[in-house]
Design a protein around this ligand. Structure first.
Ligand SMILES: C[S@@+](CC[C@H](N)C(=O)[O-])C[C@H]1O[C@@H](n2cnc3c(N)ncnc32)[C@H](O)[C@@H]1O
Length: 220
């Protein structure tokens, strides 16, 4: 069977795939290097696609850790399961919003390749809620955005959705060797889940800043 690529899946299902090409290894490194995977027992990956982040995570995780990768596209999920023979990996065909069920317990870190800017709003909000609820205290969440979309309304909604739910949100430097260039958000310290209170809090306390990663890219 011919390999399924992100490009062909983008042509068939643009709104589910949300990317014209798989992420680069440089972006995979930026997504995984700050999550402390050496101590992790259970890591969840959302939207693994063809497995660029999956492979980076498997290289970093200890021998007794588990990685649960949740993919909505049945063909990509089947391909990932068939081509990775690592006993630490479980590929789940399903929606990222159902991560609690797929993980079966508190998660040490969550890494997302989801196409947030093209996701339906309700699905985006449910998934971000599930991420914030699923992490152990102090557990990091990393996700990426494309540089060209950062200042668009969908890009801003993702940033606001992160600030609503997490006490600390950092944005990394641009990863230029990626098509298109992208940057990584890292979030931790989920806020209490009481909807209104959490969102009111967010306006005051959230930080969307350069953190340790240096200044965010200048607005074009
Ligand atoms: C932008 S691609 C990224 C693929 C891969 N992580 C990479 O960086 O190359 C987004 C992936 O998320 C999957 N996806 C989209 N919506 C999803 C959802 N609600 N739950 C799980 N996976 C989803 C798509 O099928 C696709 O494989």
């Amino acid at each position: 069977m011919a390999a399924v690529s992100i490009t062909t899946q983008f042509l068939r299902r643009p709104l589910m795939t949300g990317a014209v090409a798989a992420s680069s290894r440089r972006l995979a490194r930026a997504m995984t290097q700050h999550i402390g995977p050496a101590d992790a027992r259970l890591v969840v990956e959302l939207g693994p696609g063809t497995g660029v982040f999956t492979d980076a995570l498997l290289r970093l995780l200890p021998a007794d850790a588990r990685l649960v990768s949740i993919e909505l596209n049945a063909r990509l999920a089947a391909q990932l399961a068939a081509t990775r023979h690592d006993p630490r990996l479980t590929v789940v065909h399903g929606a990222a919003a159902d991560l609690a069920q797929a993980a079966g317990g508190p998660v040490d870190a969550i890494v997302s390749g989801l196409p947030w800017t093209v996701m339906p709003a309700g699905e985006r909000e449910r998934t971000l809620d599930a991420v914030a609820a699923g992490l152990v205290p102090g557990g990091p969440f990393t996700t990426f955005g494309y540089l060209h979309a950062a200042w668009t309304p969908p890009g801003r909604r993702l940033a606001a959705g992160l600030r609503d739910r997490f006490g600390l949100v950092e944005r990394g430097p641009v990863v230029w060797p990626n098509v298109p260039p992208a940057f990584v958000y890292r979030a931790c310290s989920p806020r209490p889940a009481a909807g209104g209170a959490r969102r009111a809090d967010a306006a005051e306390g959230a930080r969307l800043d350069a953190g340790k990663w240096g200044a965010p890219p200048a607005r074009p």
